[in-house]
Design a protein around this ligand. Structure first.
Ligand code: FPP
Length: 251
């Protein structure tokens, strides 16, 4: 099913600066609209400022020992926003890819996209394919951008693929266990997130990586996404390093 080999759980992240930090960080980048509103500017101004924060966060990952970074850029529910905001965001994604492609490649960052591409425009899909192709041999940081992503949608699409394999006899129902579904998810080549961060003071998951984050640690912080800094990420990673992850067992 997967076109590339599953993640190698034995691969080690670069040694972080003296603490046992998360290897995979996932971020719900929330608060762009309020950040812009506070400045009397349109919401898209906040999204543009938010896009600029992504660069700094990606750049500090190797130093913090973060090998995988997954960011929520557009959800399957975000289509409910005004046509102006949706069109502006789509234009921003196209511009972001065109502008950042060479830089991310130079930084040895591998970029992947997760989510349903069906509803995205052809030009954007072409740019996403190009970015994945150009960066496919990079491995310093694995950046995954969730675009038109919703966890329920992902599980529904995965179940459909799984059912097709059952229907054609490639999979037996009695062989399905907790290891099976992840092989059909968009994230099939990624390890599960260790730490999920949501900015802007909201304490909810909003349909992000529901299956994958079953045992993740969570941080809900008040900072609006355009104000988020590498120093704050470092603080959260250090705090993660002090947590006792038991995965249901006793320590
Ligand atoms: C949520 O803030 C943010 C989004 C729906 C868009 C996220 C997009 C970016 C951070 C910029 C682009 C990213 C890339 C990868 C180019 P909100 O609009 O819900 O803010 P609010 O809750 O304050 O209204």
């Amino acid at each position: 099913m997967a076109s590339e080999p599953a993640h190698d759980l034995t691969a080690t992240a670069p040694a972080p600066a003296g603490f046992d930090g998360p290897r995979h960080v996932a971020i719900i980048m929330d608060g762009n609209g309020r950040w812009a509103q506070k400045r009397g500017r349109p919401r898209l101004f906040g999204h543009h400022a938010g896009a600029q924060r992504v660069r700094e966060v990606v750049e500090c990952c190797p130093r913090l020992g973060i090998k995988y970074l997954t960011i929520f850029a557009f959800s399957t529910e975000n289509w409910k926003r005004t046509q102006v905001e949706v069109a502006g965001l789509m234009k921003l994604f196209r511009r972001y890819i065109s502008k950042e492609l060479r830089e991310l490649d130079k930084e040895n960052v591998r970029v992947r996209f997760i989510g349903d591409r069906d509803r995205l425009d052809a030009k954007l899909i072409q740019l996403m394919d190009e970015m994945e192709e150009v960066t496919r041999n990079n491995d310093r940081v694995h950046l995954t951008i969730a675009l038109n992503y919703g966890a329920r949608d992902e599980v529904a699409r995965a179940t459909r693929l799984l059912a097709e394999d059952v229907a054609r006899g490639a999979l037996k129902p009695e062989d399905i266990d907790v290891e099976t579904l992840p092989r059909y998810l968009d994230t099939r080549v990624l390890p599960d997130p260790d730490l999920v961060i949501r900015t802007s003071g909201e304490a909810r998951i909003s349909n992000f990586l529901l299956w994958q984050s079953a045992y993740a640690e969570y941080e809900f912080i008040d900072t609006l996404w355009p104000d988020f800094t590498s120093a704050e990420l470092e603080r959260l990673c250090r705090s993660y390093g002090k947590r006792d992850r038991r995965f249901g067992a006793v320590s």
